[in-house]
Design a protein around this ligand. Structure first.
Ligand code: IPT
Length: 956
């Protein structure tokens, strides 16, 4: 009986702990005015970042990314939906498994993020076809227009995806806040089409405001179409001021000031896609892209946009980039990794860019008057012309926001000034200093909880009412001077707990003067207000804080690697947090005496995780009223070596006697393609239903005996090639034609499909008999449709011309076998090994032999490894190629049957490949299979090893 009672009691207690929602979203009506969005009558500053679920095919990791967004102060996530990812063929759609977008939207809500839903139909995004399924290339009617063939196709997609989005709208208690039609629709436009997208959405139950992301300058859609058919309710603008030149990260703003235009008087300024990373056009690696778009850039450009234009809606592209696994890449611009140099890396690691998002995000989230501001006169920067100011104020509260930065945005020196500031509470002269390529947003006249912040030349991270007092975190550049003025009815008592802070009181103003060093602590009591604990730190110290809300109010945490959520129960604060061995400090109500880390209150409530592994951290109270303790180190991780490789050559298709009787006959004489065939029959792979990955062709001809040359042209997309055999003899390879055009309408796609002449060696032809040409063509993916031009989007893949003198050839084509229901249409292509399951974990490879040097053609190499990563830790695993990448080969990498990427000298700079948990069994056996296509004899890819991107104790 006592046992039963205690079990019941424990259950009750657990329930009390667990029903705490992570972050509640406000539901209700979504409206807007010229200042901001309003949800259920409450203004919000929208702070969103882009995420592509199709680039993280591991739904169990979606909550991790979303919680990391939320923990940086984002209140929304922007989601493209890829039509291609869901639809292998007309009329066929799949929303299960890794394509379960219901689950995706639930995960966003669970993490407390609103959603900007962007179902295209066109999305660009450097993904194959710009999100268009490849089967659309065979449909008549220009894509991105109202022409009938295209119209029927996109309506089919919208009527599948819209109802899913609709049932997750804010009005239904879900997260979807905005609905984005099309993408940077600016040339070859069609108003009837834009109108129809919106009409279809409304008919499908979309009731939130409809937006579109305009490209880049005033010539784009919503300025031309501000009203009338096709006009969009609440358009936004895309800005990429840093360009994609990752090789030169020090060049500032080559694509302009990056100030988001106000498109109409009745709507807020909406930075629909604001650059937060870059594609690696120059193949220099994403770390350089992260530098190009690093914290300095973020500070200068983002804050400029906030204060100079008064934008209240931001969506940053990308928050997390992910992976172009399978054939997801649009090959002309990107390779396997879509890390993007984002704040959160492909392997879900947080970077210094994340800290800067957090500094800005917490500020936006904490300071409500930011949602409604008008431009005002700004304070003078006395003593220097190097610095300048711009200011805004909230017309209701009078709160002022002053942007202070260098007049020349590219300046690199440090300059100081005294701000001559006519603030709402008085006229202040306060010292400030700005280093080059930085910018500060300073606040005056702000009701900070129970305090009155008259003015400060420190930036405000956040403030929280905790246990009857206010805790505020201010920050500034290490070593720079700062001053903060607070208003009191009478002289308060000031206790400097840590750091060098001078306090002076006069006429109701408490003025604090200091230099930003480490983390100073000042306790202010009396003076007619509730107590205030002021924490004044450097940028770095501010970046170490986490803020989490609980039903009993917010808590602040310092020193963990991440805080996902928190709960306070009686004398215990529980954190769902990621940690290493480090000092941790928690600011919680005074009733709290104990700290437990490791349980995700929100997700346990949703029964999505195991509750074991909580760590009780021994804590002691501090003079600041906080608790400190030391968290445990994660257990070390040892990864197995990759040994025991077995290999097997394939490409039997090259042999003359190979049975191709069941292959598809390629005998079309016409095509819907806007590219007329150069020779007949039409050999375009898409016309025969083969859309992704490698292709085989076999051409039979009765030789006259006088043929001297095989002439072939193939279009593969950038980085592609093709290999040719005649009667089983390898003739060689050639780079595939690309026609990767400039994106500029004036330069039409390059019609040259590349060289392709293969001399026939003497004695190889069999006159009067059947001769066989075998061709293996890489299809690297499909062009996007950025300029709404079918010549670009519908460019064929595969062979586009073939002849052997004037001798007629009978062609057959072969590609992907059936559909992989689990991995979807983009994972496998038409290699023999793929068609027979050599990539699958279950394939019996016992008879395979140890690898040797590779002959031209295709060879598979397989091995298995066992993992048992420590429970309760997050250890993202990668695969590293440490040999010299050679253009002699290209490697498709399969993990447990999933194509996780492509490696090789011609493919890109990438040597490390993320093996995401979910595809990777962290506690079991894993199978790696490599399909190596060699263009010439080669030793093949060098040594391969597993490595860990990080190791944290984690509630992932
Ligand atoms: C803009 C697209 O809207 C987006 O889909 C993606 O392609 C991004 O840029 C680049 O990564 S296109 C704009 C930069 C011209």
């Amino acid at each position: 009986m006592r046992r039963l009672l205690s079990v019941l009691l424990a259950m009750l207690l657990t329930c009390a702990t667990l029903v705490v929602p992570g972050h509640a979203l406000t539901g209700g009506e979504v409206t807007y005015d010229k200042y901001s969005l309003t949800v259920d009558g409450r203004r919000i500053v929208l702070q969103s970042a882009e995420f592509h679920y199709f680039r993280l095919p591991s739904p169990e990791l979606w909550p991790d990314v979303f919680e990391k967004f939320r923990a940086a102060g984002f209140n929304a996530v922007s989601l493209y939906f890829s039509w291609a990812y869901h639809s292998p063929a007309p009329g066929v759609y799949d929303f299960t498994g890794v394509r379960d977008v219901d689950r995706l939207l639930r995960a966003a809500r669970q993490a407390g993020l609103y959603v900007i839903a962007r179902p295209g139909p066109y999305i660009n995004a450097e993904t194959t076809g710009g999100g268009f399924p490849a089967w659309l290339k065979t449909v008549p009617g220009r894509a991105r227009s109202s022409e009938p063939g295209y119209q029927a196709a996109y309506r089919e997609w919208l009527h599948r995806i819209n109802p899913i989005i609709a049932r997750h709208q804010v009005s239904e208690g879900g997260p979807v806040l905005l609905y984005n039609v099309e993408n940077e629709y600016q040339v070859n436009t069609d108003a009837a089409y834009m109108q129809d997208l919106q009409d279809q959405a409304r008919a499908d139950g979309i009731d939130v405001p409809i937006t579109t992301n305009d490209c880049c300058d005033a010539g784009s859609w919503s300025s031309t179409w501000a009203s009338g058919p096709g006009a969009v309710q609440l358009p936004g603008v895309d800005d990429y001021p840093q360009s994609f030149e990752c090789a030169t990260p020090d060049v500032w703003g080559p694509w302009g000031e990056g100030l988001t235009e106000k498109l109409r008087d009745d709507i807020p300024v909406f930075a629909a896609e604001y650059q937060a990373g870059a594609i690696d056009l120059g193949n220099v690696g994403y770390d350089k892209c992260r530098e190009l778009t690093g914290p300095a850039y973020m500070k200068y450009f983002y804050k400029n946009n906030l204060i100079q234009t008064g934008a209240t809606m931001f969506s940053y592209y990308m928050g997390y980039g992910g992976t172009n696994w399978g054939w997801l890449a649009q090959p002309n611009d990107v390779y396997t990794s879509y890390d993007y140099g984002a704040a959160i890396t492909e392997a879900r690691q947080l970077t210094p860019k994340y800290d800067e998002f957090k500094r800005q995000g917490y500020f936006l989230e904490s300071v409500a008057p930011l949602a409604k501001t008008d431009a005002i006169a700004s304070p003078a920067t006395s003593g220097t012309a190097a610095l300048s100011t711009t200011a805004r104020a909230n017309p209701d509260t009078g709160t002022q926001f002053v942007l202070l930065r260098h007049t020349d945005r590219a300046a690199t020196g440090t300059d100081g000034t005294t701000l001559d500031w006519a603030a709402p509470d008085g006229h202040y002269r306060l010292p400030a200093q700005v280093k080059g390529r930085d910018a500060h947003v300073l606040v005056a006249g702000y009701d900070l909880g129970g305090q009155r912040l008259a003015a400060s030349t420190s930036e405000l991270l956040t403030h929280a009412a905790i246990g009857g007092r206010d805790v505020a975190v201010l920050y500034g550049t290490a070593g720079s001077p700062g001053a903060t003025v607070l208003r009191y009815a009478s002289q308060p008592s000031v206790k400097v707990l840590e750091g060098a802070v001078r306090a002076a009181y006069s006429g109701g103003d408490l003025r604090l003067d200091y230099a930003h060093e480490g983390l100073a602590r000042v306790l202010v009591t009396g003076g007619g207000r509730r107590p205030l604990l002021l924490l004044i730190g450097t940028d770095e110290e501010a970046g170490r804080f986490w803020r989490a809300s609980t039903p009993t109010g917010p808590v602040l945490v310092r020193g963990t690697e991440l805080v996902r959520s928190a709960a306070v129960n009686g004398d215990t604060v529980r954190l769902s947090a990621d940690t290493v061995a480090a000092e941790v400090e928690v600011f919680a109500p005074p009733s709290v005496r104990r700290l437990r880390i490791g349980q995700d209150t929100a997700r346990v409530a949703a029964q999505e995780r195991d509750t074991s592994g909580e760590e009780e951290v021994r804590v002691t109270p501090t003079a600041s009223g906080s608790l400190t303790g030391v968290t445990r180190a994660p257990a070390p991780v040892r990864l197995p070596e990759l040994t025991g490789w077995r290999a097997h050559a394939e490409a039997p298709e090259a042999a003359p006697g190979f049975d191709d009787s069941r292959w598809t006959v390629a005998d079309h004489t016409t095509t819907n393609s806007p590219h007329p065939p150069r020779t007949l029959p039409v050999l375009y792979a898409d016309d025969y239903g083969y859309h992704y990955g490698n292709l085989w062709y076999r051409g039979h001809f009765t030789a006259t005996g006088s043929e001297t040359r095989v002439d072939l042209n193939a279009i593969t997309g950038l980085r592609g090639d093709y290999l040719v055999w005649l009667n089983g003899r390898y003739l060689g390879s050639a780079a595939g034609g690309v026609q990767a055009d400039s994106g500029d309408q004036a330069t039409p796609p390059n019609p040259d499909p590349g060289p392709g002449h293969f001399d026939i060696p003497a004695g190889l032809l069999k006159a009067g008999k059947d001769n066989v040409i075998s061709v293996l063509v890489a299809n690297m993916g499909h062009n996007d449709d950025w300029i709404a031009d079918d010549l670009r989007f519908k460019q064929p893949r595969g062979l586009v011309a073939a002849s052997v003198g004037a001798t007629p050839i009978a062609w057959k084509i072969q590609g992907t076998a059936g559909q992989d229901k689990v991995r979807g249409p983009l994972s496998t292509g038409g290699l023999y090994g793929e068609r027979t399951g050599w990539h699958l974990p279950t394939y019996p490879d016992k008879s395979w032999k140890a690898p040797t040097a590779l002959a031209p053609g295709v060879t598979w190499q397989r091995t298995t490894f066992r993992l048992d990563l420590p429970k309760g830790q997050d250890v993202p695993i990668g695969l590293r190629f440490s040999g010299d990448p050679s253009p002699a080969y290209r490697v498709l990498i399969f993990l447990n049957g999933w194509n996780v990427g492509q490696y090789g000298g011609d493919i890109g700079p990438q040597r490390e490949f993320s093996l995401p948990a979910g595809l990777l069994d962290e506690h079991g056996n894993n199978t790696l299979a490599l399909a190596v296509t060699a263009e010439r004899p080669t030793a093949g890819p060098g040594p391969l090893s597993l490595f860990a991107y990080g190791n944290l104790r984690s509630t992932r």
